[in-house]
Design a protein around this ligand. Structure first.
Ligand SMILES: O=C(O)c1ccccc1N[C@@H]1O[C@H](COP(=O)(O)O)[C@@H](O)[C@H]1O
Length: 236
């Protein structure tokens, strides 16, 4: 299976079209006033309509949003998925899922091995668990800080667990991230920007190319392992 990419924090039609052209899994829009990637519901509605017309699914990224804010986003944007990047509870997420019929992704901030346990109450509630680096002290943002965490902490998870990896990914480090974790879903924001909030179409392409390079190397190494195994079989 090829690795799924979510390009997050998109603010322009050009970035949405680039995400679609690069075969992205999801386009993410940020609804958080302090973020340089913040978009209005109206603007995101226009971007999401373009994404959906191109067959690209969309994600509304929210942080401790009220029911009224969530309803406005759901009505105005019609996203495919809701991402919860704050201190939302499993009960709140269940409630909004039931009301909207949408799937949910819950972000779990990670710095140490102990932080992984925070995902447990969300298993069976959130459709996706996303691991992001814990925000650096003093940051106004709970995500989108361009900060990595120690990916080897994820070794303790079952390799079949489908989580989304995020936090400080870029074209230069994504190959190592994929080899270290074996994950199949990625989320990137700062690493495809020329400045905070400004997506760089070339960096988006370089990121997707690095992921596809990893994917084809993984297929080739599986093929050669199968070839080696076959060559050891007796010829009948
Ligand atoms: O990108 C933001 O500004 C943002 C603001 C509030 C909550 C989440 C945000 N982004 C999410 O952060 C991670 C990682 O981003 P980065 O690649 O390290 O910049 C990703 O899941 C975004 O969806």
């Amino acid at each position: 299976m090829s690795t799924h990419i979510k390009f997050c924090g998109l603010k322009t039609v050009e970035a949405v079209e680039q995400a679609a052209a690069l075969g992205a899994w999801k386009a993410g829009f940020i609804f958080f006033a302090k973020s340089p990637r913040n978009v209005t519901v109206e603007h995101a509605g226009m971007l999401a309509a373009r994404a959906h017309a191109l067959g690209l699914a969309t994600v509304a990224v929210t942080v401790n949003a009220s029911d009224a804010e969530l309803d406005a986003i759901i009505d105005g944007v019609r996203p495919t998925l809701l991402q919860f990047h704050g201190a939302e509870s499993p009960a709140q997420i269940s409630k909004i899922k039931a009301r909207s019929g949408l799937k949910a992704m819950k972000a779990i901030p990670v710095r140490t091995a102990e932080d992984l346990a925070a995902m447990e109450p969300f298993l069976g509630v959130a459709d996706h668990i996303l691991f992001d680096a814990k925000a650096p002290r003093g940051s106004a943002l709970p995500g989108g800080n361009g900060v990595q965490f120690d990916w080897t902490l994820l070794d303790s998870l079952d390799r079949q667990t489908d989580y989304v990896l995020s936090g400080g990914l870029d074209a230069a480090n994504v190959g190592v991230a994929l080899r270290t974790t074996g994950c199949r879903f990625l989320d990137v924001s700062s690493g495809i920007e020329s400045a905070p909030g400004i997506k760089d179409l070339d960096k988006m392409r370089a990121f997707a190319e690095a992921v596809r390079r990893h994917d084809s190397e993984a297929v080739n190494s599986t093929d050669s392992a199968i070839g080696t195994a076959k060559s050891k079989e007796p010829i009948s």
